[in-house]
Design a binder for this molecule. Sequence first.
Ligand code: NDP
Length: 468
Amino acid sequence: MKFDYDLFVIGGGSGGARASRISAGEYGARVAVAEESRMGGTCVIRGCVPKKLMIYGSQMPGEAHVARGYGWREAEVGAFNWPFFRDKLARELNRLEAAYTNGMVNAGVDTYKQRARIVDPHTVELADGSRFTARYILIAVGGRPSWPGIKGQELGLVSDDLFTLDHLPGKVLMVGGGYIACEFATIFNGLGCKTVLAYRGDRILRGFDEEMRLHISQQFIDTGVDLRLNTTPVELEKDGEEIRVTFADGTQENFDDVVFATGRRPYTNDLGLENTGVAIGNRGEIIVDEWSQTSVPSIYAVGDVVDLVNLTPVAIRAGHNFADTVFGGIPKPCDFSLVPSAVYIRPHELATIGMTEEQAVERGPVDIYMGGFRPMRSMFAGEDTRSVMKLIVDVETDVVLGCHIFGPEAGEMLQMVAVAMGMGATKADFDRAIALHPTVAEELVTMRKPMRRAGEVPPATERHSAVS
Ligand code: NDP
């Protein structure tokens, strides 16, 4: 059968853009991409990129504080000009969107700025009614914010809304305890907004290493974020210009803005999947195998829509592997067993890879190597924030199973740890490396003795007991 295209990609975000560019540019496939919003997707337009720039912007008052500690006695950042930043951010995102589009067009990809639906396993229909056939369809439509389903929630915002605000809130309520709630709590707090972080459980960042969760909670408290645990809003109402929030315990409080960072869901609704027989999981995610292939042989899916590891580099790798496998003749299954990630909060961020202590203990005996110290840069400035590094080492094989770094630019350090761990590095390999002095990272290769054998309960410190 003759198809209009070899590949029709739905979604021009990280995964879809990479898959289409490599399939067309490297392997000569005839490729089209449909995107209903903006090329670049969540990461570029309303996620990682603008968020990281906002993190940088929000850390400037902290930098001025450090500068004063180094003798720049007059250092002050002055008032933050949100419209200036927001408009500059918008221009930068326009530039990146154009770069994404050009990357695809230059590779020979046809781009359609329209919504697409699947009609059958080889046919896609665009919003204007035009139909195209393709040997393969790649679904890369990502995810969408998930709302908590409470009364008056439409008065609240989600992360998509935060890059284009008319003005910054004087007082904001962040709801949730995951990546987005924590990162935007840092941002708003740094930009001078009174920030309340309300989490329904008793410790934020569920799934992360327990000790690291405590350090992060403490940092929020130390930096002035009003962290409220076991706190759930149940209703939002308009009260003049403000929003009155009723919490589950019956208390009420007014905010300028309420932001729901209560997770994200695969964006599979109205995609026409019912026309194909593609198997879907109970969160709406498309089920794929290690080749990103769905239960329908001509349909593949990558990125947040498969809801495996919802991170940009994972979508990019899956998209690239798809192109190599299907059009390049180089079979590359996806293995996402060792994925680094970071929570970009300030002044110290958390970067992590591999097992948490809690996961490792389930598997067998492990030694815990820990270093806690005040980095010289901030200590000299008179700041008290401590860095913590943690290596989790298999007692039997000496293999490093997990690494967790809470410190300045922890993500930058962890990327190289990911290389070592991907090669199966042992603790002896870490020890053999000569320290690079004076750095924060040198602590990773100078932890000589285990602090404890996992399973033992760490002694609760007074600092921790405030939030545990
Ligand atoms: P997360 O899944 O990380 O966190 C969702 C949070 O919302 C959890 O704390 C959860 O609580 C809470 N929650 C869920 N439902 C409700 C509810 N009905 N009422 C109150 N609280 C609720 O999602 P995010 O929205 O923070 O981020 C989405 C995804 O985006 C992340 O999983 C990540 O993959 C990606 N991301 C990655 C970033 C990075 O790499 N730095 C940055 C931003 C996003 P509980 O824990 O109790 O379930």
